[in-house]
Write a new protein. Structure first.
Length: 319
């Protein structure tokens, strides 16, 4: 009896494999896609210029793909009623997008509206995060200690200075909110520094604890995204290591070169947008039939993101 059952199972398995090897061809009709405005605009309260980008969404069968919408007009309106409008051909900068200059945004709720000919108007709303500073009601605190310093000079008279710094950073904690932060070095490694600048340098920022769940590298932001946890003081004394290398003909000048970090408080929507894009660009793998990761959007069309953030520069100098 067991031999009979085994034989039947073998026959069924072989038959099934034959069907799979022959292949199954089915035509799948993709739905028609109605192009929508996809907008990306990340804004901070004060800036010389900010860039907004608008594209048309495209279907999977669209051979042309997404296109820039140079005629797009943007309006930022505050809950109090004041508004700012820019865009169209007048504010279009080739290779960038639509540039808004002399930015000065107040705290509170902002709504972004984007209009363009032949497209449905899209909107998105954001709340400005608290203005983060090294002092005040929403302040970060830090300690920085020079661990190691090395000076070298090459045969051409150039001096190279390397430093390793221990940084401990404490971020603000609001009891009634879960905040998101971004920390990054302002001057990262660039090969052109070796070729074009008489004085040059870069800074590498790394967490001291490997795989610290509080500190997640984001390639698109070129920095570390950090999330607060409600009712838990989880962001005290975050441990980082800084590595600085700077070079030039005069030791005194390169010794005075500061390490400059940027500390940002970012909206939750902005954080989710960059987290999701980073997952799409750098998938960690998974089962064969795992659902695809979709880009996050807080725009009414379902494409793009409107985000707000505040930032503070943190210069570190060592004699």
């Amino acid at each position: 009896m067991k031999q009979l059952l085994f034989l039947l199972a073998l026959i069924l398995g072989t038959t099934g494999c034959d069907k799979l090897s022959d292949g199954v061809v089915r035509e799948i009709a993709f739905p028609e896609h109605d192009p929508q405005i996809a907008v990306t605009f990340m804004a901070r309260p004060v800036a010389d210029s900010l860039v907004a980008r608008a594209h048309s969404s495209a279907g999977i069968l669209d051979s042309i793909g997404s296109k820039r919408i140079k005629e797009a007009v943007y309006t930022l309106e505050h809950a109090a009623g004041n508004s700012i409008t820019w865009g169209g051909e007048a504010d279009w900068v080739q290779g960038l997008g639509h540039v808004l200059t002399d930015v000065d945004l107040e705290d509170g709720n902002w709504t972004l509206t984007v209009e363009a000919p032949e497209f449905e108007t899209v909107t998105s709303t954001q709340v400005m995060p608290p203005r983060i500073e090294s002092s005040g009601s929403y302040a970060y605190a830090y300690t920085a200690a020079l661990e190691d310093e090395f000076v070298d000079e090459d045969e051409f008279g150039y001096t190279y200075l390397t430093r390793t710094i221990d940084l401990s950073l404490t971020l603000p904690d609001r009891v009634d909110a879960s905040d998101y932060f971004l920390i990054r070095a302002q001057k990262t490694f660039n090969w052109e520094d070796f070729e074009e600048e008489e004085y040059g340098g870069y800074v590498v920022l790394n967490p001291r604890v490997e795989d610290d769940p509080r500190i997640v590298w984001n390639q698109l932001c070129r920095g570390y995204l950090i999330q607060d946890i409600d009712a838990v003081e989880a962001l005290n004394s975050l441990p980082f290591e800084l590595y600085q290398e700077t070079w030039g003909p005069e030791l005194e000048a390169i010794s005075a070169e500061p390490i400059v970090l940027e500390v940002c408080a970012i909206s939750a929507e902005m954080a989710q947008y960059y987290e999701r894009l980073d997952l799409i660009d750098n998938p960690s793998g998974g089962p064969l039939f795992t659902e695809p990761v979709l880009a996050y959007s807080n725009v009414s069309s379902g494409y793009g993101c409107f985000g707000l953030y505040t930032s503070s520069t943190l210069p570190l100098t060592f004699e």
